[in-house]
Design a protein around this ligand. Structure first.
Ligand code: PRX
Length: 657
């Protein structure tokens, strides 16, 4: 179906060309037992959070966090600076761990862990408390205390979560660096944050191979001027690990030998909890800062609302703790709620492409939270890997990180969810701390590819280039007009960039950097990054819609669409696609163009399509359209490529020109 867009090159709004009419109401079973179980309940919460935010959040904070000392003001907002639960004292580690032991739930399983080689471990909340206290004691022995920054560069082992929580226990600030980054990236992050301690492991298992993490860290430490100590976990074994006398210590020597009695320190609500570096589209990565109480509450409540948390859930978020998804929905959200979390160390296709489904079956996972890039990989690998396993334990599925194309959504719904599990397509960002828009699985009818509605306390607004609110059925820039507890508190050491990047387009409001539209039912549709918009003859098109039209062809697996300079139209549409099981001759390319034309109209028909065996992605799995723009225009690659997963995929595309 097509719309007939007018020339909107001046207004800055975005044309919407893809219609999605399918609607999936929540199953009755969900509505009956859900945490949020009626539209009326949601409406009341949303109204309270909008009209009397102080009262609403005061109540939430008192009920859902532990307070050593009460707070006075709920929120002090002097844009861009937010302070939440002012004057109170709490501790995120206490909320995640000790609170459950105190409440008599110490024997509940906190973490079910499985390593890539198949080794396994479980930790109860009581055991976790002991391990975290030991690690915190070791930090103190190593000279780390409140306000010091600890870089964590580790495989997905329980010790990674323990290391994070131990920082929170004493008020140290963690900066987790995904264990796929280069020595250069680690050194940049260490120096930017003035890290005092680095935690790593000897090695990491990935697709059956051992990667020598400590060697990479050593290279980084040669350029890290502020780091005094390096704590090393033995994960892969072997005795080749280089250790520098006086600087490097083994985890089993300094952590395992501690008594494990150190109590969580009462900390001011606004005590920095962590820095997490996220790549800007250009320039150096930004250290996004989150603080203690507001973030902790936001992570917990959004987890409980969106994942409809129940005490007997076996919850699995497949992200790595190196990303915000791991911070908020492996550690702080689920653990504050007291959930049992599955944590998996390795690749989804080791030893075979059914590893995830094998894990779901054996551990009887009830809630699965993963990314569109993974879903598209599963589709490509073939249904036979899924069909081997009993996935009937699943009751809810989540998606995060990118837009999920409607056809991938349908596959996820039918093949993984057996048609019975609601899908929560969660939209949020490193900066937002937690989920901002998502279906609530008990009450929200879902539409494939829409993140549906804002959570209570989230006030979205769609604006044009000048910052004026637009008719939201047309797309525009997505802003959040009011502060929320989980919002970022700054960019580490760069106030100017913080203001410029997020608060200058629409003064006093948070600019997300994404485009979105809102349909007549009040459902939001994320249209991609502002920088990714394609302007064809004055019509501004969102990449995701053209990509979704391509992906709806039965032989297309993934698609990335970018604009390239065109004398006549301003920009022409260049598409890069990966395919399954079909000859990729000229006939096929013609057919694909026709397919898009039929789906969404002549205006959005790609001018050229390149078939490729893979698309360039960030290490967190997002398609890197910025690089594809350069490839499509025949330009040299510019800007930061440090977050790119696989440089070879770009080289291959350049060669194919
Ligand atoms: O463009 C949006 C996209 O990912 C961006 C945030 O990326 P990051 O800070 O790495 O956090 C990822 C995990 C929350 C957003 O600005 N994005 C994330 N989730 C969605 C999405 N785009 C569409 N739909 C989503 N559900």
């Amino acid at each position: 179906m097509t719309s007939q867009p007018a020339d909107n090159s001046q207004s800055g709004s975005i044309d919407h060309v893809l219609s999605e009419d399918r609607v999936f109401p929540p199953p009755a079973e969900f509505t009956q037992n859900a945490v949020i179980s009626s539209v009326q309940q949601y409406d009341e919460m949303a109204a309270a959070a909008r009209d009397t935010p102080d009262e609403f959040w005061r109540q939430e904070a008192l009920e859902h966090l532990h307070w050593f000392e009460p707070f006075s003001d709920v929120c002090q907002w002097d844009a861009p600076d937010a302070k939440w639960f002012v004057g109170g004292k709490t501790n995120a580690c206490y909320n995640c761990v000790d609170a459950h032991v105190e409440a008599g739930r110490g024997d509940k399983t906190a973490i079910i862990w499985e390593g890539e080689p198949g080794d396994a471990r479980t930790l109860t909340y009581r055991e976790l408390q002991r391990e975290v206290a030991k690690c915190a004691e070791a930090y103190e022995q190593l000279g780390v205390g409140e306000g010091d920054v600890v870089s964590i560069y580790m495989p997905m082992t329980p010790e990674l979560a323990i290391a994070m929580l131990a920082c929170a226990r004493i008020g140290a600030i963690h900066s987790v660096i995904f264990a796929g980054f280069s020595a250069e990236s680690i050194a940049d992050r260490n120096n930017d944050a003035s890290a005092k301690l680095v935690i790593t492991s000897d090695g990491l298992y990935r697709r059956g191979k051992v990667l020598p993490l400590k060697e990479t860290v050593d290279e980084a430490l040669a350029k890290s001027t502020t780091v005094e100590k390096c704590l090393v976990l033995r994960r892969t074994g072997g005795d080749e690990t280089p250790m520098t006398e006086g600087r490097d210590v083994w985890w089993h020597d300094v952590v395992d030998t501690q008594p494990g009695e150190l109590a969580a320190k009462p900390l001011d609500s606004e005590t920095p909890l962590f820095i997490l570096y996220t790549s800007g589209s250009t320039g150096k990565p930004k250290g996004i800062l989150h603080t203690t109480a507001g973030y902790n509450l936001w992570a917990r409540r959004t987890f409980e609302w969106v994942f409809d948390y129940r005490d007997d859930d076996i919850y699995w978020c497949t992200a790595d703790c190196g990303w915000i998804t791991g911070h908020s929905y492996i550690v702080y959200g689920p653990m504050t709620a007291g959930a049992t979390c599955l944590m998996y160390e390795g690749a989804p296709n080791h030893p075979a492409e059914d590893r995830f489904w094998d894990l779901v079956e054996r551990h009887k996972v009830t809630v699965l939270y993963t990314a569109p890039t993974a879903v598209r990989a599963f589709i490509k690998w073939g249904d036979e890997h899924v069909d081997k396993h009993d996935l009937s334990s699943l009751r809810l599925l989540g998606s995060v990180g990118e837009g999920i194309n409607p056809e991938a959504w349908m596959w996820y719904h039918n093949k993984i969810g057996g048609g019975r599990c609601p899908i929560v397509d969660t939209w949020w960002q490193t900066e937002t701390g937690g989920i901002m828009m998502s279906p609530l699985p008990g009450i929200t009818p879902t539409k494939p590819s829409s993140c549906t509605k804002p959570l209570p306390g989230v006030m979205p607004k769609i604006v044009d280039e000048l910052g004026n609110e637009v008719d939201s059925e047309h797309g525009g820039k997505l802003c959040i007009s009011k502060p929320w507890p989980g919002m970022l508190r700054g960019i580490w050491g760069d106030r100017e960039r913080f203001i410029e990047q997020y608060f200058s387009d629409v003064p006093g409001q948070y600019l997300t950097g994404d485009n979105a539209r809102c349909d007549r039912d009040g459902y939001y549709w994320i249209m991609g990054r502002i920088d990714d918009v394609i302007n064809v003859s004055g019509h501004r098109l969102s990449t995701i819609e053209v990509e979704s039209a391509l992906v709806s062809h039965p032989h297309v697996c993934e698609a990335a669409v970018v604009g390239r300079p065109d004398d006549l139209k301003g920009q022409a549409i260049a598409a890069f696609v990966t395919t399954t099981g079909r000859d990729t001759d000229d006939e096929f390319l013609k057919e694909l163009k026709q397919h898009v034309r039929k789906q969404i109209g002549a205006l959005a028909q790609p001018d050229d399509i390149r078939i490729t065996s893979g698309l360039p992605k960030t290490r967190s799995g997002k398609i890197m359209r910025r690089l594809l723009r350069d490839v499509a225009a025949g330009r040299e690659l510019v800007g930061d490529t440090s977050t790119l997963e696989d440089l070879a995929s770009i080289a291959q595309l350049q060669d194919s020109e």
